[in-house]
Design a protein around this ligand. Structure first.
Ligand SMILES: Nc1ncnc2c1ncn2[C@@H]1O[C@H](COP(=O)(O)OP(=O)(O)OP(=O)(O)O)[C@@H](O)[C@H]1O
Ligand SMILES: [Mg+2]
Length: 255
């Protein structure tokens, strides 16, 4: 059992490679209860890979991924599924079930026998969460009838409807208009205030991340090259961080 002072997620010396390519090397971070924790870095640096490691969808070749006091990489499928029930993830590409309607997609996590909800309660919850993400009235549509940003919002509604203790967002605002991005960023904060939810937000959109996150790590070359508050990261003089934060377009990234 973990206490309020213990991290809900901890990565310790995580190494992950595919074939001969090292993707993460000695990645580390500790994320505490109720934190909104950001992970940023350039495209292809390993942000989505980190989320897949936290969910236990892939295992590191070295190091530990710990969630709620349990080392994820040691778990068998049954224990892993139990742990996963405490986590929600909104995938970068939404990953909806194509043959299911919007309502069926969003209701998916509520249909677990343990939830014991009536059809009426499920419909009510689905309507409530569709409204939260600004998608009310689209219940009977199929994912193929939606835009990328709409699919993304359905993916978020599907993930948060069970109010998991930990929510992982992979590029939650990519493809959304500024108003809808604002709605989603506010939602992340609201879920913390209402339920004490811990959130991990992965993105390369620096300004949005800085507006919502308490602390942020930056990945570069498979490593964590910075971990700090948005305020301190804005003043960070490490060239690779400064260049990323300021969005400097010229020249190679300096380490
Ligand atoms: N199954 C795989 N096989 C081969 N390479 C992989 C695999 N999964 C990830 N990679 C590689 O790992 C690296 C990190 O990928 P990842 O998707 O984690 O990046 P990312 O930081 O999320 O990028 P983006 O911002 O574009 O979403 C990439 O170089 C990618 O090519
Ligand atoms: Mg990604």
């Amino acid at each position: 059992m973990i206490t309020d002072q213990d991290p809900v997620i901890a990565l310790r010396g995580v190494y992950y490679s595919v074939a001969d390519t090292v993707i993460l090397d000695n990645a580390w971070c500790e994320i505490y209860p109720g934190e909104i924790f950001g992970m940023m870095g350039m495209s292809g640096v390993g942000k989505s890979t980190l989320l897949r490691l936290i969910m236990g969808l892939i295992k590191p070749q070295a190091g530990e991924v710990e969630v709620l006091g349990t080392v994820v990489n040691d778990l068998g499928e049954h224990a892993l599924n139990q742990l996963r029930a405490t986590m929600g993830i909104s995938f970068q590409g939404a990953a909806l079930f194509d043959s299911m309607t919007v309502a069926e997609n969003v209701a998916f996590g509520l249909r677990h026998p343990r939830q014991m909800l009536s059809e009426e309660e499920i419909d009510k919850r689905v309507a409530q969460y569709l409204e939260i993400v600004g998608m009310e009235g689209h219940e009977s549509k199929l994912p193929s009838e939606l835009s990328g940003g709409m699919r993304k919002r359905i993916g978020i509604a599907r993930a948060i409807i069970t109010t998991p203790r930990i929510m992982l967002y992979d590029e939650p605002t990519a493809g959304l208009d500024p108003i809808m991005s604002g709605v989603i960023l506010k939602l992340i904060g609201d879920l913390r205030s209402q339920f004490g939810m811990t959130s991990v937000v992965v993105t390369h959109e620096v300004d949005e991340l800085f507006s919502v996150a308490d602390r942020i790590i930056m990945l570069y070359g498979g490593r964590v090259v910075a971990e700090d508050t948005p305020k301190n990261l804005r003043c960070c003089t490490t060239p690779v961080v400064k260049q990323f934060v300021e969005g400097a377009p010229v020249g190679p990234i300096k380490v």
